[in-house]
Design a protein around this ligand. Structure first.
Ligand code: ZN
Length: 177
């Protein structure tokens, strides 16, 4: 297993629509190793989600996990989820504004409006169909990760950039004390 290099904003791979993974190939060594490396990379850089284009692979794979993450101290624990070819089947009209950041966009954080609930259909790393009926932080992370698979980043979802902050300034002026 290894830690992969993270693509940063400006790299064209982040703006490409990713390819679906051939379901027959989920069990292949290549895909299984990519998934292991994505998990390692996400944990190394303390992300709560990582999409394959962020490690230069234009494929519909995303990993999500949150366990006492120092970058998101208030976030609840989310068990490890591997999502292959995820699709949003339903999203709530009700939205919530929350702070987002991204391993591909260093040192910045901004407020984004997201649906409070989403249902996502995907395959897991065993190639089984799964349904996630998500709310709260998981719903937001799912929308952020699925955007990556469609060549989008959270900046594209910001209504305006008045909250966009460097981490130091976020801690100083925006973080709830
Ligand atoms: Zn991201």
């Amino acid at each position: 297993m290894s830690i992969l290099k993270v693509a940063r904003l400006g790299h064209p791979v982040l703006r490409k629509i990713t390819d679906k993974v051939d379901i027959e190939k989920i069990s292949s060594k290549e895909i299984q190793r990519l998934i292991d490396d994505m998990i390692d990379t996400m944990r190394e850089y303390e992300g709560i989600g990582l999409a394959a284009p962020q490690v230069h692979q234009s494929l519909q794979i995303s990993a999500i996990e949150s366990e006492k993450n120092p970058r998101y101290p208030g976030a609840p624990d989310i068990p490890l989820n591997i999502l292959i070819n995820p699709e949003i089947a339903r999203m709530s009209e009700e939205t919530v504004e929350g702070w987002e950041s991204c391993l591909s966009i260093d040192d910045l954080r901004g407020k984004v409006s997201r649906s409070t609930e989403v249902d996502v259909l995907a395959y897991n790393r065993e190639g089984e169909k799964i349904i996630l009926d998500a709310s709260g932080v998981l719903a937001v992370v799912l929308q952020h990760e699925i955007d990556h698979l469609n060549g989008m980043v959270y900046l594209d979802r910001m209504k305006d950039f008045t909250t966009l902050s460097h981490m130091n300034e976020f801690q100083k002026y925006w973080a709830e004390k």
